[in-house]
Design a protein around this ligand. Structure first.
Ligand code: HEM
Length: 363
């Protein structure tokens, strides 16, 4: 069984936090330098510092874009994070466009000031802009200045919204997005402060069962899955921080009736050779009453993914947890039962999945 703790690769974490620090420093220097009295002796140094940091931000944005183009971990691509991903895409775009607008502005400036990295190393300006006539510059420069300021403040506002959303998700919703982006030591201390530092449970397969039941011509049939694995992170005091992933080996389903089992694993039903695994994933549960919870998640079965709710009770005693629950599934929603079986007269559409899990906290 794998652990649920996932973290971005170190280069992604480093680029993220260096980028965040640069935005703060650039906003501060940009604000300060444009509000100094003309001729202030600190002005030149502050402008050069801003340009140096700005060039660093430009190079970093290019590196981050290259990193973002690489394959993302699966958990980083969940559909439910669509809003957050749109903000991140906008942040990535602005992180590139803002320094480019600053670079263009300096290149089109009538003052013709160099970009001195760390006060001595000249960074090239955009020659095609530098070469335009002074009249054209007096038209272009103020526009670029307004554009750079507007885009820069939009970037600052979006970055602040993104940071607040991450803090909200960590401290209120109790999920792991912030921890994934923290370096190891910081993550450990935030995890300790976290209201939802959920315990990871190791399920004992020998003492746990995963079963299903349905109706065939009005008669109840029941079966079990012999092979499956479960990753569970759960703290009864903070059910909203729960994370569950159950992976089921479809070919291990058996009802004890050879004829039915062969049919059930065949193409028209579960198609165990075409779709060997089913997966249930849920993030967050809510307490219904004492010791009883509901978790809403998704079930991937055959070629379909559909929302599924599970209800379960939990007893924790002597350091051991026992979770028992059920989920009602409509097989027809997953395309289970095709061809001559697509009707619901012979086999009822409802299938009740039940589980009885015994688990101990991970050491
Ligand atoms: C992520 C990168 C950057 C951020 C967040 C940023 C932010 C800012 C901010 C907040 C201001 C003040 C705007 C105002 O309120 O008037 C500013 C002004 C300025 N920035 Fe940047 N900047 C960035 C990159 C750059 C780069 C790469 C350069 C040049 C190489 C640059 C050159 C300038 C200049 C010359 C001004 C003065 C604009 C004027 O008053 O006309 N910036 N920047």
């Amino acid at each position: 069984m794998q652990g649920l703790q996932t973290r971005h690769p170190f280069p992604t974490i480093a680029l993220h936090w260096i980028g965040a620090a640069l935005v703060v420093a650039l906003a501060a220097t940009g604000y300060a330098m444009t509000r100094l009295a003309p001729g202030d002796p600190g002005q030149f140094t502050l402008y050069q510092l801003h340009k140096t940091l700005g060039v660093a931000a430009l190079l970093l944005a290019v590196a981050r874009l290259a990193a973002a183009a690489r394959r993302q971990p699966r958990w980083a691509m969940r559909r439910r994070d669509r809003g957050a991903r749109a903000v991140q895409a906008a942040l990535l775009a602005l992180a590139l466009v803002v320094p480019m607008s600053g670079w263009a502005l300096v290149s089109a400036s009538r003052l013709d000031m160099p970009i001195l990295l760390a006060g001595f190393m000249e960074f090239p300006r955009i020659e095609s802009l530098r070469a335009i006539s002074p009249e054209a510059k007096s038209l272009v420069e103020p526009r670029l200045s307004t554009m750079h300021a507007a885009l820069a403040w939009a970037l600052v506002a979006l970055a602040a919204a993104h940071a607040l959303a991450a803090l909200h998700r960590h401290f209120v919703l109790g999920d792991k997005v912030l921890r994934r982006m923290l370096p190891v030591l910081a993550a450990a201390s935030v995890a300790a402060m976290s209201p939802a530092a959920a315990t990871t449970w190791i399920v004992d397969p020998a003492r746990s069962t995963l079963g299903f039941a349905g109706l065939e011509t009005g008669n109840r049939f029941a079966g079990r899955f012999g092979r499956w694995s479960a990753d569970v992170a759960f703290d009864p005091a903070q059910p909203q921080g729960m994370q569950v992933r159950v992976v089921v080996d479809i070919g291990s389903a058996a009802t004890g009736d050879g004829r039915r089992d062969t049919l059930m694993l065949g193409d028209d039903w579960l198609d165990a050779s075409g779709f060997p695994r089913a997966r249930f994933e849920a993030t967050g549960a809510r307490a219904l009453d004492a010791g009883r919870y509901e978790a809403r998640g998704t079930l991937a079965l055959r070629d379909r993914i559909r929302p599924v709710a599970i209800e379960f009770t939990l007893e924790v005693a002597d350091g051991e947890a026992r979770a028992r629950g059920t989920a009602s599934i409509l097989r027809t929603e997953f395309g289970v039962g095709r061809g001559m079986w697509s009707g619901i007269q012979v086999v009822a559409p409802e299938v009740l999945v039940s589980f009885d899990l015994v688990a101990r906290p991970a050491p």
